[in-house]
Write a protein that binds this ligand. Structure first.
Ligand code: ATP
Ligand code: MG
Length: 420
């Protein structure tokens, strides 16, 4: 990009509630040391956006005109990383401050991903959204705005820098970032064309599947899963990411699907700082197609274990081409699916053995979602809940009662279904 340099709008940062005390002391120190060494240096990106909006930043990124080797000379505690884009990590105990050199957009001809260093205004223009391209100098207390990010912050608008179609084509992941930021910040997407994301969505199939896996986790494991799912559906991106689940999208608006319950429960767990796992998430994301296909095979007389395995193989084969779910998640994910039919088998020692198995808990939690969504017997779920809570003697009694009244259970279920 060899456009004429643009002059920034410069404002006092305190107008936006940004003061040096709100910045990590180490990040301030990094900027100060670079400036003392004669280089310009700023904080940039998500941290400035979040501070201006009153949120706590996740991390603090520094950009400077110093080249990576020069950065290393300034800091003894700096390490150069990255092959495509070399940048420095400056380590202070457990905190790492990332320091990057101003970059220009890669040129269409020679841009094979190597470092293309640039000026600060070029660095601003190669970023994705205007609100992500604000530069803050904590020493002077100034914000430099090259692309109108401050006005967009005030208007709560998420605007692509430059021509949206061009920038989405250049990196289709920006579409997912657009959805994610619009949802998280509750900003309006500034686009001339409402159908732009729907139209360009299929370009996501050109993205390396490992990168999409990371993006999907940011969408669904950061506390906004339900809202992100709805926004992705609205822009016809969900079906692009999860082709096996695409035919089920319309049906989810009853808020009744296993997927919706899983997403809501993920959000809840994040709020409570409880752990979440991609295995469970992906099991839910693909549950509808997997369940339906497995049931169809079983109805055709295929043995359940084989049916689940076949369906899991086929579904994952299609899905993994787009999103690379690592084995350590896809293996337990298949188990969660296949184990759903084991809850029915409770006689003899079966219930005891299942309870002891490593995957019981995840499979049980999944059964809970299915019960909530109306897709599994609630009485069965309650039985397993109780089975975990009581001692061994009572467990034995539970299994024995079960043997005595198989008929009664069936009748009761039938009656209650008819009376609905
Ligand atoms: P988060 O809080 O999710 O980390 P962030 O804005 O810090 O938000 P990062 O992915 O950490 O997002 O990226 C840091 C900055 O790098 C962004 O603010 C943006 O300026 C720039 N950036 C990141 N990804 C892209 C992209 N795909 N295209 C252009 N610029 C990008
Ligand atoms: Mg960030």
């Amino acid at each position: 990009m060899s456009e004429t340099p643009i002059e920034p709008r410069v404002v006092e940062a305190f107008h936006y509630g940004i003061t040096p005390e709100r910045i990590s002391a180490h990040a301030r120190q990094v900027v100060g040391r670079l400036q003392d060494a004669g280089y310009t240096a700023h904080l940039v990106g998500g941290c400035i956006r979040d501070l201006a909006l009153g949120h706590a930043p996740k991390d603090f990124d520094v950009v400077t005109e110093a080249r990576p080797e020069e950065i290393r000379l300034v800091f003894r505690n700096a390490r150069l990383i990255g092959r495509r884009f070399r940048l420095a990590h400056v380590q202070f105990g457990r905190e790492i401050i990332e320091v990057a050199t101003y970059r220009a957009a890669p040129t269409a001809d020679g841009g094979d991903g190597d470092n293309v260093f640039g000026t600060i205004d070029e660095d601003a223009r190669r970023r994705d959204f205007t609100i992500n391209a604000l530069y803050y100098d904590p020493v002077e207390g100034l914000i430099r705005d090259y692309v109108g990010g401050l006005a967009d912050l005030e208007a709560r608008v998420l605007r692509v820098i430059g021509d949206p179609e061009e920038r989405f084509r250049e990196d289709p992941v920006r579409m997912l970032r657009a959805v994610r930021f619009a949802v998280r910040l509750q900003f309006q997407l500034a686009q001339h064309d409402d159908r732009l994301l729907a139209r360009l969505g299929p370009l996501l199939h050109d993205i390396p599947p490992a990168r999409l896996f990371e993006e999907v986790l940011k969408l669904f494991q950061a506390g906004n899963a339900v809202a992100n799912y709805q926004a992705l559906c609205e822009h016809h991106l969900f079906g692009v990411l999860f082709p096996p689940s695409a035919p089920y999208v319309g049906r989810d608006h009853r808020d009744k699907s296993v997927l919706m319950h899983a997403l809501a429960s993920t959000d809840q767990r994040i709020t409570e700082s409880k752990p979440v796992t991609p295995a469970f998430l992906f099991a839910a994301l693909l549950w509808d197609p997997v369940h339906e296909a497995a049931m169809a095979l079983i109805a055709d007389g295929v043995a359940p274990a084989e049916a689940w395995q076949r369906v899991a193989d086929e579904t994952l084969q299609a899905q993994l081409k787009i999103i690379a779910v690592p084995k350590r998640f896809s293996v337990p994910m298949r188990e969660i699916w296949a184990l759903q039919s084991r809850f029915d088998r409770r006689g003899g020692r079966q219930a005891f053995r299942f309870l002891e198995s490593k995957r019981f808990r995840a499979a049980y939690d999944f059964l809970g979602l299915r019960a909530q969504a109306g897709g599994a017997d609630e009485a069965l779920f309650d039985w397993w809940t109780r089975f975990q809570e009581v001692d061994d003697k009572e467990r034995q009694a539970m299994v024995e009662t079960l043997n005595e009244q198989p008929e009664k259970r069936k009748r009761r279920r039938r009656r209650s279904r008819r009376s609905r």
